[in-house]
Design a protein around this ligand. Structure first.
Ligand code: NAD
Length: 240
C-alpha cells in the first residue's frame, strides 16, 4: 500500500470549481498531481504548478489518450477523481430535447464510464486504486427542470456500486460524492434564494475546499474499507 505522499493522482475537470480546489490541495500533499480538462478551458493560476492535459470525457478516444499520457507522465496512477460535469439548461421536461438529455448523459454518465474503463484495470493490476466520481443530491431527490442532469447523477450511483463490487477484492475502491449546492462557477448562474438557503440545515452553500477535504479522506490509503458508497456533502440536507 502506498503512503499518501506517494499517490499519483489524475483530476479530471481540474480547471474549475471542485476539481481545481482538489488539485490545489493535493499538489501540496500527494506524490504527483495531473490535472485534465477540456482543450478550450482556461486554467486558473496554480499555487504549486502541476501538469495539465486536454481531455473531453464525452470522446472515448480522448479519454484513452489522456489516461495513457497521465500514466506515462506519473509512472502509473493510484487515484482518479472525476469532477467533469455539465448542468444543462433549466427548463420544463416537455421542452428538454432528446439531444439535450443525451448530451447530459454523454458527459456526466457515459464519460464517467469511459474514464472508469480506462483506469480500473491498471489500478487493479497495481493492487491499489481510488476512483471517485460525482453524483449530486439532484440524483437522489430529482430537481424539477433538470431532468437530464438528475437522471445522469442517479446513474452515477449505479455505476459506482456495480464497479465497486466488481473490483472489491483488488485493492481498488470506487465511490462517489453527492454534493448539495457548492459555490463554484457551475452554479454561479443560479444564485441561491433565501428559501434555498432555508432548506439547507447549515443555511449556507458548501465550498470547493470542503469538497476537496472529503476527497482527501476518500483517496487516502487508510480509507480502505468503504467502496460503492455515495458520500453526502449537503450541509445536513440529506434525509436518506
Ligand atoms: P465546474 O463547472 O466548476 O467544473 C467542472 C469542470 O468540468 C469544468 O472545468 C469543465 O470545463 C469540465 N468539463 C465539462 N465538460 C467536460 C468534458 N466533456 N470533458 C472534460 N471536462 C469537462 O463544476 P463543479 O461545481 O466543480 O462540479 C464538479 C462536479 O460536481 C460535477 O460533476 C457537478 O455536476 C458535481 N456537482 C456540483 C454541484 C455544485 O453545486 N457545484 C452540486 C452537485 C454536483
Amino acid at each position: 500500500t502506498p503512503s499518501f505522499s506517494d499517490l499519483r493522482c489524475l483530476i479530471v475537470g481540474a480547471a474549475s470549481g471542485i476539481g481545481h480546489a482538489t488539485a490545489e490541495l493535493l499538489s501540496t500533499k500527494a506524490g504527483r498531481v495531473i490535472g485534465a480538462d477540456l482543450p478550450t478551458s482556461q486554467w486558473p493560476a496554480a499555487r504549486t504548478p502541476y501538469a495539465q492535459l486536454p481531455i473531453d470525457v464525452s470522446e472515448p478516444q480522448s479519454v484513452e489518450e489522456a489516461v495513457e499520457q497521465a500514466i506515462s507522465l506519473a509512472g502509473g496512477l493510484d487515484v482518479v477523481i472525476n469532477t467533469a460535469g455539465i448542468l444543462g439548461k433549466v427548463q420544463p421536461s416537455a421542452e428538454e430535447t432528446l439531444e439535450e438529455f443525451d448530451r447530459l448523459l454523454r458527459v456526466n454518465l457515459v464519460g464517467a464510464f469511459a474514464l472508469s474503463k480506462a483506469v480500473l484495470p491498471h489500478m487493479a493490476a497495481n493492487g491499489f486504486g481510488r476512483l471517485v466520481h460525482f453524483s449530486s443530491t439532484a440524483g437522489k431527490e430529482g430537481v424539477a427542470g433538470m431532468t437530464g442532469y438528475s437522471a445522469s447523477k442517479a446513474g452515477i450511483t449505479g455505476l459506482v456500486k456495480a464497479l465497486a463490487r466488481e473490483y472489491a477484492t483488488t485493492g481498488v475502491t470506487v465511490n462517489a460524492i453527492a454534493p448539495g449546492k457548492i459555490d463554484t462557477p457551475l452554479v454561479s448562474g443560479h444564485p441561491p434564494t433565501p428559501q434555498d438557503l432555508e432548506r439547507i440545515p447549515m443555511h449556507r452553500l458548501g465550498t470547493a475546499e470542503e469538497a476537496a477535504a472529503l476527497i482527501e479522506y476518500i483517496i487516502s490509503p487508510k480509507a480502505s474499507y468503504t467502496t460503492g458508497f455515495v458520500y453526502d456533502l449537503s450541509g445536513g440536507r440529506a434525509s436518506y
